[in-house]
Design a protein around this ligand. Structure first.
Ligand SMILES: NC(=O)c1ccc[n+]([C@@H]2O[C@H](COP(=O)([O-])OP(=O)(O)OC[C@H]3O[C@@H](n4cnc5c(N)ncnc54)[C@H](OP(=O)(O)O)[C@@H]3O)[C@@H](O)[C@H]2O)c1
Length: 258
């Protein structure tokens, strides 16, 4: 009798999902666009995914994914909210996070960031999300990343943050400043933590067909689907390491100049 109970309990335990050995990724802005694509792809790969969204109750597509994948959890996170960042870091205290993906970002109102009209409140809002958000996340989750195998903190930047490429077109002042600033912030954090095995890097998704791209007014030639971008980004994320981290890497593996 005892043996039967033992066997039954063992079978039950073995059938429960165990993510102890799976790599873990935390993604900001998981409810739509590139973040949603990355969330699904990592869940599909069998990683443990901590997907975050400002408003989980309204994140229908993300919640559908969470129903499908046992290895995906959804948490509330606005990257400008210090309290929410601290609460999430505390909730996952002791959890090793291999890849912290600072994906969340805003373009801002494009009519408020050009030579005719510069709205500094709008620029401050963009900086809060695109620069200070990733910096706060890196600080709050450093212990979780430190405890992992891969130790990667990767932030989504853009070719629009490149000084070298600036002369191609004007406008988007706040967005461009924010991506240039977050590039520098992440480089500085990487320099501070040098030699400790961290990979504090910058990745870029290409021109991807999302709400952000459509709001920018860009259309057509050169743009790619979320799936194409995500497939490339995952290879970039797999390959980036403490020796190769440096210039921002585009989804196709090409470096973007500073
Ligand atoms: N699409 C492109 O062509 C392109 C090119 C270069 C770089 N990027 C970068 O790629 C990243 C993803 O962009 P996307 O194209 O997927 O944009 P998207 O479709 O507009 O999605 C942006 C995501 O960021 C979230 N977000 C915005 N503010 C947030 C905050 N304060 N806290 C937490 N989440 C917040 C949004 O959540 P809500 O739904 O709650 O607003 C949404 O999930 C961004 O960093 C963007 O700058 C995109």
């Amino acid at each position: 009798m005892l043996k039967i109970i033992h066997t039954t309990v063992l079978a039950l335990v073995l059938s429960l999902p165990s993510f102890a050995d799976a790599e873990t990724v935390l993604i900001t802005g998981s409810n739509r666009g590139i973040g949603l694509g990355l969330t699904e792809a990592y869940a599909d790969r069998g990683w443990r995914v901590i997907a975050t969204a400002r408003n989980p109750a309204k994140a229908d597509e993300l919640n559908t994914l969470a129903d499908k994948y046992d290895n995906l959890t959804v948490d509330e996170l606005d990257v400008t909210d210090d309290g929410e960042i601290a609460a999430l870091a505390s909730k996952y205290e002791g959890t090793a996070i291999d890849v912290l993906l600072n994906n969340a970002g805003v373009l801002g109102d494009i009519e408020k960031q050009n030579a005719q009209n510069i709205d500094y409140d709008e620029i401050k809002f963009i900086m809060d999300v695109n620069v200070y958000g990733p910096m706060k996340m890196a600080k709050a989750f450093l212990p979780h990343v430190a405890a992992s195998e891969q130790k990667k903190i990767l932030t989504m930047t853009s070719g629009l943050g490149s000084m070298t490429l600036t002369q191609r077109l004007g406008r988007f002042y706040g967005y461009r400043m924010s991506k240039a600033a977050v590039n520098m912030a992440m480089r500085a954090i990487h320099a501070d933590l040098k030699g400790k095995g961290y990979v504090i890097g910058l990745i870029a998704p290409g021109q991807v067909q999302t709400e952000l791209l459509f709001a920018s007014g860009f259309r057509g030639p050169g743009s790619i689907t979320v799936d194409e971008s995500v497939a490339g980004l995952m290879t970039v994320i797999d390959n980036i390491n403490a020796d190769t981290v440096g210039l921002p890497i585009n989804y196709n593996g090409e470096a973007i100049p500073w």
